[in-house]
Write a protein that binds this ligand. Structure first.
Ligand code: AHR
Length: 826
């Protein structure tokens, strides 16, 4: 009886929001959901390809890792590009990255050699010169792989290498799988001895033990000089048995996301930090021995073994639409751009057209033939191309126009994606990228609700909470889930979306937060990984009209402390005083150091009578004063020391996630503005004006808050004056729809609050009983993360769900995502 009575009561109620009721009207379809939500984005970053998805076990197989990128010079510990951008040398500072001598007491010399190139793509090789053998009777070199080689007992490994010898070498060539120090041999083989010219040798090695710190050794057993190049070792088992294949466990992690598409190969690597370092698909196909590889702007040289063909093949193998990104004649605009002259764009146009022909061309085309020669006679059926990555401005518009026109003319069916707003050039989709805090994602769930529907459809091709969330915690996953529900709700305009980046090697975290983390034998998904999976597995075809309480907290701005901050800038502040109607509330005295101040991010200290922030990083803030202060005038002086922007002056600060700030010289030192943050997410719309901050000059700043108004003076001149509107924190978000093929209802509920919330769920327009499953992504703390040692700490739990009625009550845990998948009347 109970559910029927409850339903009758619910129907009487006037305002569902006030009564904690989720009402889903299954008779009112409000939206078709784009079938292209959700995809993935692969980029060679954090060793996601080399040492990761790409199963090659030998690091620096062609001995080119120390090559100075064309046009660059070595300055101290950096490669420096012609435009002055510095790339730290890191592993490239080691003469033979990945390789160690294995002398066993012999008199020998191991080094790099450039006099006998294997081919023009691989000018450097290794030279092993043994003058006299030690007691063991052999000497050589060993490759330690990517932070150790992982071998398993009973597994086979395919070895290949190129070798040649100086005349006079009459000994044998031996290969062995060994322990880290070579003291244990797990498997060995003899290869035909090297001749006077480069020749390829291949063999299978079997391991009789498991070791995650193993190495591959190449030995000579007589004095002499032998050269090695393109030394490769692949596990016998690769994903779908493809040649030049992929690590099955990592490939499966991607396949399990059931991605609608895969965008590749980047990302910034498409742009490059010099024209030569920009990804060029033509140098990534065919025989791996003639792929030159390239210096990667993420800090290592990539082999390009996982090249264009392999990416297209992987897309096909996991049933995802491939989306290729090509360079638009501009190197990375954030790293000192080089612009290709507009009258010399032909090479970039050609590259784009040929990339499409390689994927789709018939047997009579040059690149279609090349694809067939590389093992795939059938077309890959590429439908999308993106011109540029994170490019913008008039330079981009001009180059994009040339390329997009040519693509449209030659391949009218290909859908063309732009990075920026484009007028007067063919564009089918426009890309947007978001890397923010979990709170920002939660607060911006409705970002596309009022988006201009006359503009091209949107591809949110990179998004992730990657600040204030450790290396990816539960809160990030729940914040992103709210944002993703907003994208589903707006999928009349938002066509596709992908989390980024996809992969990270545990030992090479170049990017702070990534979806899948691995080492040489283990892998785990972050909580965001499980959120992505839940969305892909539970994508409804249509959404229903749904009303639900948001349960958010209203933030009024009538009290709050003060603070200072910087964004990618070093700056200093002095003469900080707060007063109310002539009465002093606070005056900072350098002798007190930072007593009473609480830093968030950054490196704050007192130097020469000023408070100084010395770290170049985003969101460096410090809070001072009293959060119970109401009306006050804050006066101070601020001076920029170095960096990209100006400074931030914080007011009405509740804590360092809930505040207002005056951003002077923000947006890359192009504008001044006022911004409001709730739970770390930007909220409300405040003012912005063009403006910049000069380095080395002291500015006088005055901010008065009175009631719900602020008034700001810069050097005594009024800058901004406005009312601070109350805003809402992130609370609960709900959407619901139907999977047509199975007749299942999908209801998603994200609770961003710190408390559980109990809601009545009412499915209108259908009859019970209701049966299915309920999956909850939750953990003991919102900051909980997964790790290699605890890979499943935060993961969804699925339980059967049953209700006799279409109205039921459910408790949603704090910081959680709940997905119901259910049918009625079964
Ligand atoms: O995903 C990591 C990087 O973020 C991508 O290379 C770039 O497009 C963005 O800046």
């Amino acid at each position: 009886m109970f559910p029927i009575i409850l339903f009758a009561l619910l129907s009487e109620m006037q305002s569902p929001e006030s009564q904690h009721i989720i009402t889903i009207d299954t008779t009112k379809v409000i939206r078709e959901v784009s079938p292209r939500l959700w995809g993935v984005f692969f980029e060679e970053i954090n060793h996601s390809g080399d040492g990761g998805l790409y199963a090659e076990m030998v690091r620096n197989r062609s001995f080119e890792d120390n090559r100075v990128p064309e046009g660059c010079i070595i300055q101290g510990d950096n490669f420096e590009s012609p435009t002055g951008w510095k790339l730290p040398l890191r592993d490239q500072a080691t003469p033979m990255t990945g390789w160690v001598p294995a002398p066993w007491g012999s008199d020998m010399v191991v080094g790099l050699e450039e006099r006998f190139p294997l081919n023009s793509a691989s000018p450097t090789c290794a030279r092993v010169a043994v003058n006299a053998l030690g007691d063991k009777g052999c000497a050589g070199v060993a490759n330690v792989g990517f932070w150790g080689m992982s071998v398993s007992a009973g597994q086979r490994y395919e070895l290949s290498l190129f070798t040649r010898a100086e005349s006079g070498y009459t000994g044998r060539l031996l290969a062995a799988l060994e322990s880290e120090d070579g003291s244990k041999t797990y498997g060995s083989t003899e290869l035909p001895g090297p001749g006077a010219a480069w020749e390829k040798r291949s063999a299978t090695l079997a391991s009789n033990a498991s070791d995650h710190s193993a190495r591959l050794a190449l030995y000579l057993d007589a004095p002499g000089i032998v050269y090695f190049d393109m030394v490769s070792l692949f596990p016998g088992q690769v994903y779908k048995d493809r040649a030049n294949g992929l690590r099955p466990d990592l490939a499966e992690m991607v396949a399990n996301l059931k991605p609608a598409f895969i965008r590749f190969p980047g990302g910034c690597i498409v742009e490059g930090f010099t024209p030569e370092s920009a990804w060029n698909w033509k140098e990534t196909v065919g025989d791996t021995a003639v792929r030159p590889g390239r210096q990667n702007l993420w800090g290592y040289r990539a082999s390009d073994g996982f090249g264009y063909h392999e990416m297209l093949q992987f897309a096909e193998d996991i049933g995802a639409e491939p989306i290729v990104v090509v360079n638009c004649g501009i190197t990375c605009q954030g790293r000192g751009p080089v612009f290709q002259p507009l009258d010399k764009m032909e090479v970039f146009v050609r590259n784009a057209l040929d990339a499409i022909e390689y994927a789709n061309g018939g047997p009579k085309t040059k690149w279609g033939t090349e694809r067939a020669n590389n093992g795939h006679p059938e077309p890959f059926n590429l439908k999308y191309i993106t011109i540029g990555n994170e490019n913008s401005g008039p330079e981009y518009v001009a180059r994009y126009g040339i390329m997009a026109e040519a693509v449209r003319r030659t391949f009218p069916d290909i859908r063309i994606i732009s990075n920026d707003r484009m007028e007067g050039a063919p564009v089918d989709l426009e890309e947007h990228h978001y890397y923010m805090t979990p709170g920002w994602f939660a607060a911006n769930a409705n970002k596309y609700d009022r988006y201009d529907r006359t503009r091209p459809r949107v591809f949110v091709s990179e998004f992730a909470a990657n600040q204030a969330c450790g290396v990816g915690n539960l809160e990030a996953a729940v914040g992103e889930s709210m944002f993703m529900m907003g994208l589903e709700n707006n999928s009349d305009i938002v066509d596709m979306a992908a989390y980024a980046p996809l992969f990270c090697h545990h030992n090479n975290r170049e990017w702070p937060v990534n979806l899948i983390v691995f080492d040489n034998h283990r892998v785990y998904g972050t909580p965001s990984y499980y959120a992505q999976r839940l969305f892909a597995e539970n994508r409804p075809d249509v959404l229903f009209e749904t009303s639900a309480p948001t349960l958010c907290e209203e933030k009024a701005w009538n009290t709050g402390a003060i603070g200072l901050g910087t964004w990618n800038t070093c700056a200093e502040f002095k003469d900080v005083e707060v007063s109310r109607q002539g009465e002093s509330l606070y005056a900072w005295n350098p002798d007190q150091q930072l007593e009473g101040w609480s830093p968030g991010g950054g490196d704050w200290k007192v130097r020469e009578g000023a408070i100084r922030q010395e770290r170049i990083g985003t969101n460096c803030t410090i809070q001072g004063g009293d959060i119970s202060w109401k009306d006050y005038t804050l006066r101070l002086k601020a001076r920029k020391i170095s960096g990209d922007e100006g400074f931030l002056i914080l007011f009405r600060v509740k804590d360092l996630k809930n505040l207002f700030w005056l951003n002077l010289g923000g947006w890359n030192n192009t504008a001044h503005g006022v911004e409001c943050f709730v739970d770390d997410g930007r909220a409300g719309a405040y003012e912005r004006k063009a403006g910049a901050i000069e380095t080395g000059r002291w500015y006088d700043i005055e901010i008065t808050v009175e009631g719900n108004r602020y008034c700001i003076l810069l050097d005594g001149v009024p800058l901004f004056e406005q009312t601070m509107e109350p805003v809402e924190s992130s609370g609960v978000m709900v959407n619901a729809g139907l999977i047509r093929a199975t007749g299942e209802y999908v209801v998603k509920v994200a609770n961003y609050l710190d408390e559980p919330c109990t809601l009545d769920v009412c499915l209108r327009g259908c009859e019970g009983p209701v049966r299915g499953v309920m999956t909850v992504l939750h953990s003991a703390a919102r900051t909980d993360e997964n790790s290699l040692d605890a890979p499943l700490k935060v993961m969804p739990k699925t339980t059967p769900f049953h209700s006799e009625s279409t109205v039921f009550t459910q408790e949603f845990p704090p910081c959680s995502l709940t997905v119901f998948r259910m049918k009625t009347a079964v």
